[in-house]
Design a protein around this ligand. Structure first.
Ligand code: SAH
Ligand code: SF4
Ligand code: F3S
Length: 483
């Protein structure tokens, strides 16, 4: 992300330092006598879940606050994806533990993926918190908080095969009123060997399409102009069909991701649709054709590669080879010319040789991603990689490989932005630029940020911007008449 004032677009954008632990706020209502301070970490799914949590606790009389000092209840919605993500949360919990010395009535709880990973350990061994609640147990929060008020510690980390919180209306936290997330599924059934998510989020399940479309319609009616459909692997979204491909209920339609995309895109031509995350092994041409058919489905695909070497991909259990991945890229280029593509890369996975690392760099040179999130491999307890392979790439080698990956991506990102200079882009205005009151910012369909003079325009409008220049990867330009 090139500007922390702007809304993050993808799971790991939310892992950037600026956004870690951003507090979230809903206005207090007179009936709300208690105050909740909610801090969210990790991916967009977690931020989206925080909006469900705020909604459930709103029903129990809690208004959110930005000020942790005045909170009755402090909840951290946590991430377990890499060790450093967990360390940050543990540090924060130690601070809250100290705050509790002077505020004996204060209740502190852990939600999300660390709750699932560490469970009772947070209560019993580390004695850091009063409450531990996993991602499928948020409906139980009001009871669990009551239990704590009654003098007990409370835990619910049960994972569910059904829970999708489908009918809960999320409280839009920190909303700009223009862009919103909609969770379309939960959990993950892929067992990528490095990844903790299947353990913290449980089995994959899809939310019913009617409630998704209804939510998109309501958002549009409230003035929102963009929705991002969220799932760990959106390409395996399926409704009314079981894992063997059999139809469950003959009276109901079968909906896969391509159809869902079209249903949401049909809510209104002025409602932009984005989605995250696509999986290279499951992304079909159907999805690409659906994108081509609807101008309002944004021409931007996040397609995490992880590594450019087929042997590493096999050890990662990703379910595709370098050649398969490059074929998917070719399909995007063929069906959606000009579509922007981003990725995730892991440096220094178990057993990664220098030649295998070079394959990642060569794949990056071939694809020329517009953007990438890049990480050092971090071993996670219980994962396949932890059980099967040795985390044997020395720390300094991981660091050096990551630096090479970041440097190369830097060149590609700048070249990608440079290609957009000189063109006219349709931009959805999201708000006033952080740097100047006189300027507005918004995004192109390619997810590139454009900044331009304010004029008479306002957030929620579409304008055409002639990009005349760029600073780093942000376009600068002026509003021109629609072509
Ligand atoms: N469901 C998404 C990814 C979710 S996690 C997908 O399959 O693409 C987001 C990213 O974090 C992953 O794409 C991966 O690049 C990174 N990641 C996950 N586990 C990691 C680990 N143990 N160490 C380093 N990076 C990891
Ligand atoms: Fe993790 Fe793989 Fe599932 Fe993504 S697809 S959440 S990387 S197991
Ligand atoms: Fe998301 Fe982190 Fe959990 S990336 S699914 S919050 S482990």
């Amino acid at each position: 992300m090139n500007d922390s004032s702007h809304r993050p677009q993808h799971a790991d954008a939310l892992l950037s330092e600026e956004l870690q632990g951003a507090p979230t706020v809903v206005p207090a209502q007179p009936t709300h006598t208690k105050k909740l301070y909610l801090e969210s970490y990790g991916c967009q799914m977690n931020f989206s879940d925080s909006e469900i949590v705020a909604s459930i606790l709103d029903g129990a009389g809690y208004a959110t606050t930005r000020n942790e000092e005045e909170a009755d209840l402090i909840l951290l919605n946590t991430c377990a994806i890499r060790d450093n993500a967990e360390q940050r949360v543990l540090k924060r919990l130690t601070q809250f533990k100290q705050a509790k010395r002077n505020r004996p009535k204060l209740v502190v709880g852990v939600l999300g993926c660390m709750a699932e990973r560490l469970r009772e350990n947070l209560l019993e061994q580390q004695k850091l918190v009063d409450l531990v609640v996993g991602p499928d147990a948020y409906r139980d929060l009001p009871n669990l908080v009551e239990q704590v008020h009654g003098g007990q510690k409370a835990v619910n980390v049960l994972l569910s095969r059904e829970e999708t919180y489908a009918e809960i209306s999320p409280v839009r936290l920190d909303a700009n009123g223009i862009t919103a997330f909609i969770s379309i599924m939960r959990g993950c059934d892929n067992m990528c060997s490095f990844c903790v998510v299947p353990f913290t989020r449980g089995r994959e399940r899809s939310r019913d399409p009617q409630s998704i479309v209804r939510e998109a319609k309501e958002l549009f009616e409230q003035g929102y102009r963009e929705v991002t459909l969220l799932g760990q692997n959106v390409d395996s979204y399926k409704w009314n069909i079981d894992n063997k491909g059999q139809i469950k209920n003959a009276d109901e339609p079968v909906v896969r991701f391509a159809e869902l995309l079209e249903l949401v895109a049909s809510v209104h031509p002025d409602l932009r649709v984005r989605f995250s995350t696509s999986h290279p092994k499951d992304m079909t041409d159907d999805v690409l054709h659906a994108m081509a058919r609807h101008e309002n489905i944004c021409k931007y695909i996040h397609l995490p590669v992880q590594s450019g070497n087929s042997d590493v991909l096999k050890r990662m259990n990703r379910g595709y080879t370098r050649e398969w991945y490059l074929d998917r890229i070719a399909a995007i280029r063929r069906i959606l010319p000009g579509c922007s593509i981003s990725t995730d890369v892991i440096a220094g996975f178990c057993g990664e040789t220098e030649a295998e690392h070079q394959d990642t760099l060569s794949l990056m040179r071939e694809v020329k991603y517009d953007m990438a999130y890049m990480f050092k491999y971090s071993e996670r307890p219980r994962t396949l990689a932890e059980r099967k392979f040795e985390d044997d790439v020395p720390e300094e080698v991981k660091g050096r490989r990551l630096r090479e990956i970041i440097e190369l991506q830097g060149e590609h990102s700048l070249a990608g932005a440079e290609r957009l200079v000189g063109q006219v882009h349709k931009v959805l205005i999201e708000g006033v630029s952080k740097k100047s009151e006189e300027e507005l910012f918004g995004r192109t369909t390619h997810n590139t940020i454009a900044v331009f003079p304010r004029g008479e325009h306002r957030a929620g409008e579409y304008v055409h911007v002639h990009a005349t220049d760029r600073s780093s990867v942000t376009l600068r330009g002026t509003v021109v008449p629609a072509p």
